[in-house]
Write a protein that binds this ligand. Structure first.
Ligand SMILES: [Zn+2]
Length: 281
């Protein structure tokens, strides 16, 4: 425990808690993170088997996965519109090629205002999205005329084996049962389909940086939002989650081949992964 942590403002870390990825446990609290929203010190649990790290908000709030609130407003997404378009276009170009979406279905889970759907439509996809925040989903539907459902993701929202490409960007770190969430997502993929999964990158270097002053730079701080990010996955954790499903782990994604090479030899990650559902299952 950090020496400057006031014990009165921390949470009980004695409760039994098992790894959400590999079920290893019980896990111990490895350190305490300060939650800027809750204004509390939050225990961080570490799995020594798969290196995943977790917080457990249910220990200290009445947080429920059925509640979703976004304070950032529509402007946050509009300001990033062009960048998001470029990013998704590059991903689709790399993984399916131009016109590779003709006659195929695309789904973005946690799609925000749906910019990825616009990019997917340009590749010929029939594009769908799910977004839990009501105002954001309404903007996507009413202003951008996109096929976005306002709901928390549930496999029953869509038919099994119905999507050729699913994107899930910065979602899995928020959910309390990532194993079920990922397996449910993969259920919706057609055989031969691709899941593009992106989570905040966690690796040995980022873990080291998080202990330094440099971690005050938000982009480099793995633990910048412990109130909301309840899971921190190393590549090994993502591989294990995929192994427990009907899909296969294809590798790390990064648009730069040089960076990808560097990541591989240094055992680092971009936090973006390509997962494929085999044809023969
Ligand atoms: Zn584990």
């Amino acid at each position: 425990m950090d020496p400057d942590v006031n014990i009165e403002s921390t949470y009980d870390s004695s409760s039994v808690f098992f790894c959400r990825v590999c079920s290893h446990g019980p896990l111990g609290a490895s350190k305490y993170l300060f939650g800027h929203k809750s204004k509390k010190y939050i225990p961080l649990y570490k799995c020594n088997h798969c290196f995943s790290l977790f917080t457990n908000p249910r220990e200290y709030t009445n947080r429920s996965e059925n509640k979703f609130q976004w304070q950032g407003g529509i402007d946050y997404f509009l300001q990033r519109k062009d960048k998001t378009m470029r990013t998704v276009t590059r991903i689709l170009n790399t993984l399916i090629g131009s016109n590779g979406g003709c006659g195929k279905k695309f789904l973005d889970i946690g799609c925000a205002i749906g910019i990825s759907l616009i990019a997917a439509q340009q590749f010929g996809f029939e594009a769908h999205g799910v977004e839990p925040e009501i105002h954001i989903a309404q903007y996507a539907k009413n202003e951008l005329k996109l096929n976005v459902r306002n709901a928390l993701f549930d496999r029953n929202l869509f038919e099994s084996n119905s999507f050729d490409f699913i994107m899930m960007n910065q979602v899995l770190e928020h959910v309390l049962n990532p194993k079920v969430f990922l397996a449910d997502t993969i259920t919706l993929l057609k055989p031969g389909g691709i899941l593009f999964l992106s989570v905040p990158p966690a690796d040995w270097l980022r873990l080291k940086l998080s202990n330094l002053t440099i971690s005050k730079i938000r982009k480099l701080d793995l633990f910048y939002d412990p109130d909301e990010h309840v899971n921190y996955f190393f590549q090994k954790g993502i591989k294990l989650l995929v192994q427990g499903s009907t899909a296969t782990f294809d590798g790390i994604y990064h648009p730069s081949k040089t960076r990808l090479f560097f990541y591989r030899i240094m055992h680092l990650t971009s936090g973006s992964y390509v997962i494929r559902k085999p044809y023969s299952i």
